[in-house]
Design a protein around this ligand. Structure first.
Ligand code: EPZ
Length: 427
């Protein structure tokens, strides 16, 4: 297993380009299963999760091929779903990537049946999919849970039928799954209490380009008029707002001055508000955002929430920044029940953080010390890299396969900003 070594204390300077969005690309690739033909996706990030999705599709008879892009400019991925013949997502693939659940809606809608392994929990929480299943049942799917698999099939009508679906809570992939399924249903579907994330809006835009009739994406009520067939398309994946936020946080924790290219103000309003409150200056420049940070930021409180609230996927990264802020911050994680796995690792670097249930009290310290630390999940591993950028001495982050799931060559991007960071190939 690879690890990443960082010699901290260098303020980051220069410009860096954000890759395509993991959480936009994954549902969009699944949407390609809805159309009998070859769809093409540009600016697809080269990530472990994307490669896993490709293996999943191959297993289902949907051929995926990749054109190598210019380095750092993403890759082009072709998904030919004409030959889709096996509606199964097996345990050995689903257990490595929960987002596999996003094939459920498309398979039921396109093939009338699906056998998808239950994703099970992960480091940050139980991650149930009850909302997905309840909503698909409302559209007429017959669903059974047998031997750890979701077995879904259509009723005698042979097609999902439009209905009113009320989610108990805003779920990102739940909203995405149902938008895809309802696109081929018979009649009108109204989804209420939807997630409003930019990735949901992106997916709706793609589905509409494929011929779907969708209104309201980005609000909590989405209406879909089912159509008979969708067509394959060519689509460019939008920049990754969480990677952009992570790179902005890297500039903040090192007191740097960085232009994050392709960072978009409208995707990150809540996070930018907190970074500005903490003392960073952030201004639009070219196609991105320039951030200039003081040597030491002020403490701020933050509460994670569904979009447009502060994104849970940036909580660990901001906590790293707050661990060396002037003052005490309160962080409240409201989305996942166990998303503080980075705290004990940061404490080994000298951070002073006390967790009590969903609340973490972060007392800013003057300095962090480099240490050996263990990555536990995707965003926790990013936060440990950030802490290492600030710490005195050398930090080694182990198990960076977590990082590789969601960041394309992060250490190369940080090297380009002057960081002394290197990947150590594992045995
Ligand atoms: C998406 O996960 C993202 N993943 C996550 O990013 C992100 O943290 C999360 O949304 C919240 O923004 C992708 O888009 C691939 P949810 P998702 O369903 O859809 C509960 C990353 O780091 N819930 O919005 O799985 C759930 O337990 C990843 O890139 C149910 O109870 O999240 C959680 O508490 C991590 N039942 C809350 O809702 C359900 O059926 C929000 O989860 C579904 C969800």
């Amino acid at each position: 297993m690879d690890s990443i070594e960082i010699d901290g204390g260098i303020p980051l300077r220069g410009e860096v380009r954000v890759s395509g969005s993991k959480n936009a690309a994954l549902p969009q690739l699944c949407a390609a299963l809805l159309a009998p033909g070859k769809s093409t996706f540009l600016e697809v990030p080269d990530l472990a999760d994307v490669r896993t999705m490709g293996r999943l599709f191959a297993n289902m008879g949907a051929k995926t091929t990749r054109d190598e892009g210019a380095p750092g400019n993403g890759h082009t991925l072709h998904v030919d779903a004409a030959g889709l013949d096996n509606p199964e997502a097996p345990y050995e693939l689903v257990k490595t990537m929960r987002a596999s659940v996003l094939v459920l809606g498309p398979l039921v809608a396109r093939m009338g049946r699906a056998r998808v392994s239950l994703p099970g929990g992960c480091a940050i929480g139980a991650r149930p999919i009850d909302q997905h299943l309840k909503a698909l049942t409302t559209l007429g799917a017959q669903i059974e849970l047998t031997h750890g698999y979701v077995e879904a099939r259509l009723g005698p009508s042979g097609r999902l039928r439009g209905a009113l679906v009320l989610f108990d809570l805003p779920t990102v992939t739940g909203t995405e799954n149902l938008m895809m399924a309802a696109s081929l249903a018979d009649g009108e579907t109204t989804l209420e209490n939807c997630a409003r994330e930019p990735e949901v809006v992106e997916l709706a835009r793609l589905l509409i380009a494929m011929g779907a009739q969708i209104e309201g994406a980005g609000t909590s009520v989405i209406t879909i008029q089912g159509v008979r067939e969708l067509k394959a398309i060519t689509h460019t994946v939008a920049p990754d707002r969480i990677e952009a936020g992570t790179l902005l946080a890297a500039a903040v924790i090192t007191g740097g001055d960085v232009l994050v290219r392709r960072a978009r103000e409208q995707d990150l309003e809540a996070a930018l508000k907190k970074l500005r409150e903490a003392g960073a200056t952030i201004t639009p420049e070219g196609d991105g955002l320039r951030i200039c940070a003081p040597e030491r930021i002020r403490a701020v409180d933050l509460v994670t929430a569904p979009f447009p609230g502060f994104p849970t996927d940036l909580q660990a990264q901001l906590m790293a920044c707050l661990s060396v802020a002037e003052g005490t911050s309160r962080v409240i994680e409201t989305i996942f029940e166990n998303r503080y796995m980075h705290v004990q690792e940061m404490s080994r670097m000298g951070a002073d953080i006390a967790v009590d249930g969903h609340t973490a009290v972060v007392r800013g310290v003057a300095r962090l010390q480099g240490a050996q630390v263990m990555a536990t999940d995707l965003r926790a591993s990013a936060s440990l890299v950030l802490a290492g950028l600030r710490a005195e001495g050398t930090t080694t982050v182990h198990r960076v396969y977590h990082l590789d799931r969601g960041y394309e060559a992060l250490e190369k991007k940080l090297q380009g900003l002057g960081a002394r960071i290197r990947r150590v190939k594992g045995v």
